[in-house]
Write a protein that binds this ligand. Sequence first.
Ligand SMILES: [Zn+2]
Length: 509
Amino acid sequence: MASSLIWGQYVVVKAEDDRSITIDNGAVYQEDGVIRDVGPYDVLKSKYTPDQVLGGPRFAVIPGLVNAHSHGRGLTTFQLGSVDDALELKLIRDWARRTTDPYLATLFSAMQLISGGVTTVMYNHIQAPPDVMADEARTVLKAFGEAGLRVAFSIYFGNQNRLAYDDAQLLSTLPADLANEVRGRIQRLEMPDEDYLDLVAELHRSYDKGADGLVRVLVSPMNVQWCSERLLTKSREYATRLGAPIHIHLAETVYQKLYALRKFGVTPLRYLHDLGFLGPDVSLAHAVWVTEEDIRLLRQTGAAVCHNPSSNLRFGSGTAPVLPMLNEGVRVALGTDGTSMNDEDDLFDEMRLALRLHRLPGIPVRAPTVHQVFKMATVNGAHVTGFTSVGTLETGQRADLVLIDLQHPSAPYLSPNVGIVELILARVRRSDVHTVVIDGEVVYREGRFPRLDQDAIVRELQNNAARDQEAALAEGGRMAQRLVPYVQDFFQEWDHSGVEPYYAVNSRT
Ligand SMILES: [Zn+2]
């Protein structure tokens, strides 16, 4: 039996909407990965004889953070040569992006997440060609397992409209040689829906150990415009049968909303609702272009939103109406989409942005509270990933926690009036993360990962990213460069002047 007592000047037990439960000079006692007791340090110290004591009066103990939307490529898309653009164009320009070995990339990504205080990640694997999809999935899961990070794993899968939101129409506008080349490229991803869903079912059987385990396997149809109705319906059926949560991108850009309005006469969210797709086991990444009626449907069905403010700003997608969602009682979690504001996947920065982005002018200022934002990155993230056993430091929960060194955030002076959650949201950064414990095990301490040879991983990843990929990149780049003007023309014809802007929903709270 391995036990430890984790001690801090503050213990943040649980975030609620308008307050957080905290203990001054508190401690958490865990045995074999389960929190057995939480309370004043002096009391717990005399009650238990742990194998190890971590922390001290210089620290805050907080629940491990949950990054609720990530594609975890290790190096960011920017580092791999893809600059920011509107999402619909970036997805084409990504054809000239360097690739990296999934094992090394995942190990590196896990190190980035853990060193930033993240103990659980919603990892959404980008669809690979069918001949490598299963191997890639197992490789990624192996790497997360070696890093000791808790992961809600899914493969992002679509079966249509890989170029624009009507591929047949777009292809008809291309010169014949380009159309042929492009068709060849996208055909490489073709795979029967059942093969994907059966793979998910197999991964679920092999890896998913439920809410107390380290791995959950989710079903992840890509998005309304990228999935046939049959794929969405089948995905829902499989998820129900497996007892697996669903993670889907939705209404990220105005064109995605327009797609559903033009094709189905309703918003993407209403469309999913009418299909019987939504429920408390569904989380929607982005949900930027939703209406007030959509927000009511979210509340009624219990479906949650994974908010990615940096990513939405970087791709010019807009800003999700988070304040109306919170006011309506919708569950909102927080993610970085691997595309954070400082390109570092730092969830503290993401919390800071989420806190400040939704402030509406006037007296009083209407804004999410620090506690609501901290709840997004802990309790709500735990819910959407299917790990209800984390996100708080209550007795009986799994022991995922982070020691924050308060020296820098409170130097050279901090008013005693400042609350610990306020301080975390205002001033804490990745560099203040001292120790990270996942399932009772120290997986990060003072810049080192006891489970990993971090220098070797970084060196090998550097070499791997820098390997000669010039021929493939040049081919993809040339094709993308020719294609982008046609994609631009395609969307230019989609008049979005009649679509209610996202900021109108944002401002009516
Ligand atoms: Zn995403």
